[in-house]
Design a binder for this molecule. Structure first.
Ligand SMILES: N[C@@H](CCC(=O)N[C@@H](CS)C(=O)NCC(=O)O)C(=O)O
Length: 312
């Protein structure tokens, strides 16, 4: 690897835990940059161009947004042990996508009920908790989030499904080997377990609790702290990846100005010149006064691409 893997994340972020565990499973060394938990995030948007979600992965001047894409990139760079073993079949992707959306959006409101808040925020002052709630309310505007009662009922049902998946004594969700689904599911259980009085909901699901321990045991690999200023300097000094694939038949032209926006929440567009396009990935080239020329990559699933120039 020419450049270090730099994970921009914060300790309490479930999606970051998913990627940290993947890095641990692969036995990788990486650099750790702490990002702010709420806006403003000037050093984040210097690199991403506006995308504010956590985590993102930096490799030189390439920025990878969304954990679905980050995990594929990590697996490409370090293929052993495989994160998408053939034996885990197509269901691993479907299960991972369900966990990243449906399970996540039940686990979060369940854990953020009043009994969970002191465990998630520790000794934080009430105005920090208030600022967090306001930030996330603005980020999810238009989403109808489940009440505590809804979340509790839905979570019990989901945990029952997962327990049933492990009924035959398999060590991992899709069989004998760990796969992407294990990491996507465990992040939500990890979050719930941070609030011990609420983690009692896992009590009846013995196989699932043992499975969670097994996945958490992969750890986080080895990492060293890096400042965001150093990460920006690394981006500035590096050249972004050449040789991205571009499939022109989709009605988009190479080099055209486009925006890429998440379709679910935190819908902040990133604009730039289209330099990569496949069924799996879209890549934009953009400049930042501090970070220089960058290529920002997104998966296709969960994102919308729109032309921003009207001249082509
Ligand atoms: N689909 C995204 C979801 C990421 C996500 O929602 N992350 C949460 C933190 S776990 C977030 O961005 N929260 C708002 C923030 O950190 O600013 C992914 O897979 O990366």
């Amino acid at each position: 690897m020419t450049h270090d893997l730099i994970l921009h994340h914060y300790a309490g972020s479930p999606f970051s835990e998913k990627v940290r565990l993947v890095l641990g499973y692969k036995g990788l060394s990486w650099k750790s940059v702490s990002v702010p938990v709420i806006l403003p995030k000037p050093d984040v948007v210097a690199l991403t161009g506006g995308y504010r979600r956590t985590p993102f992965l930096q490799i030189g001047a390439d920025i990878y947004c969304d954990t679905a894409l980050m995990c594929r990139v990590i697996d490409r760079l370090a293929p052993t042990p495989p994160l998408y073993p053939h034996a885990a079949g197509g269901q691993q992707h479907i299960l991972a996508q369900w966990a990243d959306s449906a399970l996540f959006w039940v686990a979060i409101p369940y854990t953020m009920q009043p009994a969970g808040v002191p465990h998630i925020f520790g000794q934080a002052a009430p105005d920090i908790v208030k600022a967090f709630a306001a930030d996330r309310a603005a980020m999810t505007a238009g989403m109808r989030r489940p009440t505590t009662a809804d979340a509790t009922a839905q979570l019990r049902t989901y945990l029952g499904w997962l327990e049933q998946q492990l009924d035959d004594g398999r060590p991992f969700l899709c069989g004998a080997l760990p796969c992407i689904a294990d990491f996507s599911v465990v992040q939500s259980l990890w979050y719930i377990r941070r609030a011990p009085p609420l983690a009692t909901i896992l009590g009846p699901f013995a196989r699932l609790s043992e499975w969670a321990e097994r996945v958490q045991a992969f750890g986080h690999g080895t990492h060293e702290q890096m400042s965001s200023a150093d990460a920006i300097a690394i981006a500035h000094a590096a050249e972004a990846t050449a040789g991205l694939r571009f499939e022109a038949e989709r009605g988009f032209a190479f080099g055209q100005e486009v925006s890429v926006t998440p379709t679910d929440y935190a819908q902040d567009p990133v604009t730039g010149r289209l330099v990569g396009l496949t069924d799996d990935e879209v890549a934009l080239e953009r400049e930042d006064p501090r970070a220089g020329e960058l290529v920002v990559h997104f998966p296709r699933i969960g994102f919308q691409i729109r032309k921003t120039d009207t001249t082509s």
